[in-house]
Design a protein around this ligand. Sequence first.
Ligand SMILES: [Zn+2]
Length: 349
Amino acid sequence: MKKIHKKIFIRNDNNKLFLYGYNLHTENPGDELPLSDISRPHMRWNPSREEWVTYSSRRKDRTFFPPKEYCPLCPGANLNYPTEIPFSNFEVAVFPNRWASFNSHADNVTIENIYTKPSKGECEVVVYSSEHLSTLADMSEERVELLIGVWVDRYKELLKINDVKYILPFENRGVECGVTLHHPHGQIYAYPFIPPVIKKEIEAFKKENFIMKIIKSSEEKYYVNKNEHFIALVPPFARYAYEVWIVPRRQIPGPWKFNNNEINSFAKIIQKVVNGYDKFLEKKCPYIMGLHASPKLEDDTFHFHVEFYPPLRHGDKPKVLAGSESMAGVFIMDVLPEDSAKILRKFMQ
Ligand SMILES: [Zn+2]
């Protein structure tokens, strides 16, 4: 893998904009966005579910009124309006979300009989490309490798922060998944606690490495793509039709343990999956994608993997988390994972 350069630009609000690339970014900045209010999120304990809910009420006094077609993630120096990235070009850019659900400015509130805490942590936006219409499926393999390098850097940097207990890089894609900005980007949440889903996974991996078990016994039945270092498969216990996990063949806690060959294989298989989804639906497939890594850099039970959830029931019919899923946490499926694996395998080769 080629060397990655990282340039830190200090914004007018004193936050850092990171410019990652195979070339060192040397351009002088154009106009920056006007200063905006800082979000001061807080958390409240939900005693019924025994989990945190975070609240970040919308700031008032927006001073900036962009035009309708405005994209805040495009390179700003080429436009008539400032954007988050005040340059004419960049490879991958990372900056703190202005409307973060977790940040270092978090405040607490007092509510009688409710346990609350400031929502410490970080929320970052990761812009994959300066090209507005690009997607993970069609960008160069080198660019996806760069993105993997950026995730690894963010894991290492964010885990150094005292308040941070867990890092989740994720991507929501498509209006069906609530996306309003179509410029290719993902996000990283650095939580001040280990989220409930991950907590359960950590416990599960302590009991047994269920990913290794699937690889050993059922790889042929469930895979949709595979290479030397990774398998993309529909988990036999999928909760969404067309759910896909990308799993490394060896047990590693997170992508920071990848060697160069693994980074290349990981980039390849991510693109096969996203591309395959798009071919299957004959359009940009909506999905929620997240990286599940261990909360610790060293860990010999957690098995890193990526999960993709397209919000589909079968074919292109939308899946709604309705009565049983929302009220009881019980997923009701009408497509068998072994059948969706057969379907997706045709598109993900
Ligand atoms: Zn854009």
